[in-house]
Design a protein around this ligand. Structure first.
Ligand code: NAP
Length: 250
């Protein structure tokens, strides 16, 4: 589905692959100027070269503090405004709580939660000016049912709560904030799990928890992100929309 994003500027973190790449392509197809943020410069440039509208590549590491101001200044310098912020970048570690290290917990909370919050904060006045909106990409892992994902699950639970808080705090500015919580989506994020447990085993067995009986695609998540980011969702704010084939209904 193609949404109407003509004249909009959208910042997408984690745009170099997976859900962020699909979201960037959908936003572009709808007419948006997309700011593509991630560490992999070559991948970002390759995606940018295929987009139809003017775009901006910002290759940077979200675990570094200076990155936040860099994203803000380069975006405003190039496009003078922001209408849509998609906080999608994340790191995921599968490790039992008894083996968790402070460094690993810090990195997960930093990239997945603190920097998403900081981007909302530094872009706040620009979003007020355009009556823009934020879509945070969280996870069904926030429910805590997966196990061995303590820091990741906590970061996503925190991002869900932040989303609701922002939706209330910014409602009088007509800035909406929503979250999309994917379930099982086939992306590179699964590679460490495939290595650990075997790809065939994971593909066949994990999907037994999904009533729709299949893995999701990045495009299926991007569709919902784009709906929430679009004017079609003008009366939707503070929501966490699960896109999980019904997994958490069980
Ligand atoms: P992915 O393929 O691993 O992509 C993650 C993206 O985040 C990449 O573009 C990566 O780019 C970027 N990123 C990671 N660390 C970064 C850092 N320090 N600085 C800048 N960029 C960074 O994962 P995905 O599956 O598309 O996940 C996208 C979102 O969906 C994440 O928030 C994830 O938690 C959520 N989600 C995914 C699933 C799933 O089943 N796949 C399920 C639930 C939720 P570089 O490596 O180029 O920096």
């Amino acid at each position: 589905m193609v949404f109407d994003f003509k004249g909009k500027t959208a910042v997408v973190t984690g745009a170099s692959r997976g859900i962020g790449e699909a979201t960037s392509r959908h936003l572009d197809a709808g007419g948006a100027n997309v700011v593509l943020v991630a560490r992999s410069k070559d991948k970002l440039n390759a995606i940018a070269s295929e987009l139809q509208n003017e775009s901006l590549v910002i290759d940077c590491d979200l675990s570094e503090d200076r990155t936040i101001d860099l994203i803000k200044s380069k975006t405003i310098e190039k496009f003078s405004k922001i209408d849509i912020l998609v906080n999608n970048a994340a790191v995921e570690r599968n490790e039992p709580a008894h083996r968790a290290t402070a460094a690993a917990i810090d990195e997960t909370l930093l990239v997945n939660l603190r920097q998403a919050f900081m981007l909302c904060s530094v872009f706040s006045k620009d979003l007020f000016a355009t009556k823009g909106n934020v879509v945070n990409v969280t996870s069904t892992a926030a429910a805590g049912a997966g196990g061995t994902q303590g820091a990741y699950a906590a970061s996503k639970g925190g991002l869900n709560t932040l989303t609701k808080n922002l939706s209330n705090e910014w409602a009088n500015k007509e800035v909406r904030a929503n979250a999309v919580a994917p379930g099982l989506v086939l992306t590179e994020m699964w590679e460490p799990t495939f290595e650990l447990l075997g790809e065939e085993n994971v593909m066949e067995n994990f999907v037994k928890r999904v009533p729709l009986g299949k893995w999701g695609t990045p495009e299926e998540i991007a569709n919902v992100i784009c709906f929430l980011a679009s004017d079609l969702a003008s009366y939707v704010t503070g929501q966490v929309v699960r896109v999980d084939g019904g997994m958490l209904n069980l």
